[in-house]
Ligand binder design. Structure first.
Ligand code: PRX
Length: 639
């Protein structure tokens, strides 16, 4: 990066004078009370931004726009699953959010109470999130593709007063009933929510539990008033928690503040996404992931943009007919200016007729942002040639809340380099360290762990929900001798300061842009009575980036010699993962072996297994206990 470029100067200020820099960014949002102190980092690694300030995310996303753009589109909902399409203006969104807020209040929800949202991609999900923000309740959105076991562990940890859900989701025309999964999750969880608020889409029958379950339409009909003012919250009050996978089977509740998050999003909409009020933003993610929180719901609305919320596959039309051009049809129809998706989705579209990209008028589009997994060069080139607009790779995590490494093209247009998301974003002190010595690697192209030095910028996670010790020990103590935040990603930096991300250092895998913990899948599979031991690894996949592969030692050794038995057991294990965790976590294959490769001290050699699956050199195996076990894995994979 040239030290004299406009972005270099912008970045330098954010690092050298963070208080001045962020005080300026804070002007992008409305405050009920101005912060008295911009940055308090007296107790690292904990950081408090905008201390003394009072604000509200819902006010900034909705109410603030009423005087200037009350009648402009705010939320555009399109479902190719149900063939529905509806636009809510900011005034209509305001009304809906207030109604949901009033319903939550009527069910006893107050400031600081948790509301767990387990919803398909329907407007009510966004209403619920914004309603929580409005009244100061903490929302915990759980991805609708998760099944009862994954949901139960999150209910247990979040201890929600109320759960907001719906009868069903739908994927590729197949209805997935949510209510039975939710009932089962509540049954097995030791925490019981007081109430469940349900939207009935008419997709699946629902049995209501008397005294606990309420239809949203009925609760709303009983309200005496649906006027709910915004609760002015401290900037440091918790806005939400979102669960993400790590090295253990127990998901982590990433906790975020209110004021810092609002400022971070407003700033990113301006400097990175270049989204302008009155325009339309289309992110193809899901509200269950961090991208959905930051760039379907809050970011675009804070910027005064309409946000397009899409339920359906990228290849299906309004009547569920095959239509590989549906996204482009929506870009044309709603004059989308900024689009956000994942490389996997582009790889799916790559299989469609390329003429589809030329069939629609895409002249409104200024850029396509892709994140969540490495963007391979052929995919980047294909979509870049097809759309003729900049394709901006952006690297970040649930923990960061907004991009860590990308290009802030609205500050200064910089050339993209294939394979690199770009350079560190303002506020992020990104370094590459030697994993074992903690030494900083400054020479170009040296591979190390990507870390962030504190203080972390606004929007970054505050802590792990209810577990400060886990936050400190997991993230800030993994590199010897250094108190730095580990991203758990490998990376290199080239001579121009561009970073390249080379995959995770831990047991997290990335399937079609979905972050999954192999340990959580292993724990689920170990619960099957026929399985003695199991290792799950992520294996490179041309379409999904990675897929999960399971290697299990069966209790009954006949499954090793009898293919029919192996097939039955594999089917049962897959079904178990499907029912417990959800289809996203289901391994592509479950293979049976008599032993798993381990070190002499008994540690599973997942990386060696992964290397063998990908036909790479498994590296140094001197500490391995039983070399034949790896040979066996090689045989089953090849056979
Ligand atoms: O391994 C990195 C990968 O996804 C992880 C974070 O996933 P998640 O918490 O779901 O947040 C996604 C937010 C976009 C990272 O640790 N990852 C994310 N973006 C990229 C990426 N890997 C390579 N290139 C990217 N652009």
């Amino acid at each position: 990066m040239s030290p004299h470029s406009r972005y270099a100067e912008f970045y330098r200020r954010s690092i050298e004078a963070p208080e001045d820099f962020w005080a300026e960014q804070a002007k992008l949002i409305d405050w009920h009370a101005q912060p008295t102190r911009i940055l308090d980092d007296a107790k690292p690694p904990f950081v408090n931004w905008f201390v003394g300030g009072k604000t509200n995310l819902c006010h900034n996303a909705v109410d603030r726009h009423l005087p200037t753009r009350g009648d402009s589109p705010a939320l555009i909902h399109v479902s190719t699953e149900t063939g529905t399409e509806r636009t809510y203006t900011f005034s209509q969104l305001h009304e809906e959010v207030q109604r949901t807020a009033a319903s939550l209040l009527a069910l006893g929800v107050g400031k600081g109470d948790r509301v767990l949202i387990y919803m398909p991609m329907i407007p009510q999900a966004a209403f619920a999130m914004l309603a929580c923000a409005r009244i100061g309740a903490i929302h915990c959105v759980v991805f609708g593709g998760f099944a009862s076991g994954a949901l139960a562990s999150r209910i247990e940890d979040a201890a929600p007063k109320v759960v907001v859900s719906a009868d069903a989701g739908s994927r590729g025309g197949k209805v997935v009933a949510y209510k039975p999964l939710l009932d089962e999750a509540i049954r097995v969880s030791s925490h019981k929510p007081e109430a469940v608020l349900l939207s009935d889409r008419g997709l699946a029958p629902m049995e209501l539990v008397a005294g606990r379950d309420h239809l949203d339409s009925e609760v709303a009909a009983r309200l005496s008033s649906a006027d709910v003012p915004c609760e002015w919250l401290d900037a440091t009050d918790i806005s939400y928690t979102i669960y993400t996978s790590g090295t253990t089977g127990r998901p982590k509740g990433v906790q975020r503040d209110t004021g810092g998050y609002a400022v971070a999003l407003a700033a990113s909409m301006k400097h990175i996404f270049d989204g302008r009020a009155g325009e339309t933003y289309f992110s193809t993610s899901d509200i269950g992931w961090v991208v959905g929180h930051s760039y379907i719901v809050y970011g675009p609305l804070i910027a005064g943009m309409a946000t397009l919320m899409y339920e359906g596959l990228p290849t299906q039309g309004m009547n569920r007919e095959p239509d590989g051009g549906i996204w482009w049809r929506l870009v044309e129809k709603y004059k989308v200016t900024v689009m956000f998706s994942a490389p996997t989705a582009v790889r799916v579209l790559k299989k469609q007729d390329p003429a589809l990209l030329k069939k629609y008028d895409l002249s409104s589009l200024r850029a396509l942002f892709l994140a969540g997994e490495p963007l391979d060069e052929p995919t980047a080139r294909w979509i870049s040639d097809g759309l003729g607009v900049p394709i901006i790779d952006n690297y970040w995590q649930t923990e960061s809340g907004w991009p860590i490494i990308t290009l802030a093209n609205a500050v200064e247009r910089k050339p993209s380099k294939f394979g690199s998301p770009g350079v560190p974003m303002y506020g992020f002190k990104v370094k590459i360290l030697d994993e074992s010595t903690g030494e900083e690697l400054t020479a170009p192209n040296e591979k190390g762990v990507v870390v962030i030095e504190g203080p972390t910028p606004p929007g970054f996670m505050q802590t792990v929900w209810k577990d400060d010790a886990r936050f400190v020990n997991t993230y800030w103590k993994s590199v010897p001798g250094r108190m730095v935040y580990s991203t758990f990603d490998w990376g290199i930096r080239d001579e121009d300061g561009y970073f390249y991300i080379l995959g995770r250092t831990d047991d997290v895998i990335n399937v079609a842009g979905h972050r999954l913990g192999t340990r959580e899948i292993e724990e689920c599979i170990s619960g099957h009575a026929g399985v003695a031991e199991v290792a799950v690894v992520g294996v490179a996949d041309a379409l999904k980036g990675q897929v999960a592969m399971a290697f299990a030692v069966p209790k009954d050794s006949q499954a090793l010699s009898d293919p029919a038995r192996a097939l039955t057991l594999e089917g049962e294990v897959m079904q178990r993962v499907n029912d417990e965790l959800g289809a996203v976590a289901r391994p592509a294959r479950v293979r049976f072996v008599s032993a798993l490769p381990k070190t002499r001290s008994g540690k599973l050699l997942r990386r060696a297994i992964q290397a063998v699956c990908e036909q790479r050199d498994p590296g140094d195996l001197t500490t391995m206990d039983d070399p034949a076990s790896l040979q066996q894995i090689r045989q089953v994979v090849q056979g």
